[in-house]
Design a protein around this ligand. Structure first.
Ligand SMILES: [Ca+2]
Ligand SMILES: [Ca+2]
Length: 228
């Protein structure tokens, strides 16, 4: 966490008072711009309007606002705008969801992840995450690059090559989907992957790129506390 505090400059936030309830969005600057796809764009919106829109949008816990343009980055129903973002505004209440043994608060709770260095097969790994109240890490299209960025900020804490994450092609061979239903996995593959056909039906990171592998192989794994 100390490393992260050095990397991320927290500049300012905004308070919202809606229906007697105070909500605070804190701004997190990113060290480099990140492209966000499938975001919802609202033009001519103040920061407060943008925050309000986030609050009223299912699934939205953080957003990007710059020069009167507002982007809802992680809505339950993604939009079709892509934008380069240099910071995100994160609902301050999110940081509390990471208050579990070993879970790291990254980008103010935009990502809440635990690195398990004990090895389990894919199902055992997912069971462990569920016992934590979470799931194996998923990286759906609308949050893919933000999560990848967030993981790269803690790469020193992820020293090994291979970790199970939350995708598989158990339903339809060759079509890898995320276990939270956020869609088909089309980007982020290691070159030449997936290559395992019927033998390899579970998704793992290989140097933060995707690779299919046999589900009964024992691997370290990454759990997250979902935003839902
Ligand atoms: Ca397969
Ligand atoms: Ca493979």
């Amino acid at each position: 966490m100390k490393l992260l505090q050095y990397i991320l400059g927290i500049t300012f936030g905004i308070f919202l008072t809606i229906a007697c309830e105070q909500v605070f969005y804190r701004k997190y600057d990113l060290q480099e711009s990140v492209t966000s796809f499938n975001s919802i764009e609202i033009n001519d919106a103040s920061r407060i309007t943008c925050a309000r829109f986030c609050l009223s949008t299912e699934g939205c816990t953080y957003f990007y606002w710059h020069s009167d343009s507002c982007y809802i980055l992680n809505a339950a129903t993604p939009g079709n705008s892509s934008v380069n973002i240099s910071h995100i505004f994160v609902n301050d209440e999110l940081k509390d969801r990471c208050n579990l043994d070993g879970y790291m608060t990254i980008l103010g709770g935009a990502l809440c992840v635990k690195i398990y260095n004990t090895k389990k097969n894919w199902t055992g790994a997912n069971d462990t995450c569920q016992q934590d109240g979470g799931q194996l890490l998923v990286m759906g299209t609308n949050v893919f690059y933000i999560k990848l960025y967030a993981l790269e900020t803690i790469k020193l804490a992820i020293p090994y090559t291979e970790y199970w994450i939350g995708g598989n092609d158990l339903t339809t061979e060759g079509e890898f989907t995320w276990i939270d239903g956020t869609g088909v996995i089309t980007e982020g593959w290691k070159p030449g992957q997936p290559n395992g056909n019927e033998v390899a039906n579970c998704l793992q990171f290989h140097d933060l790129k995707f690779n299919d592998n046999a589900c009964d192989v024992a691997r370290r794994f990454l759990c997250e506390i979902s935003l839902k």
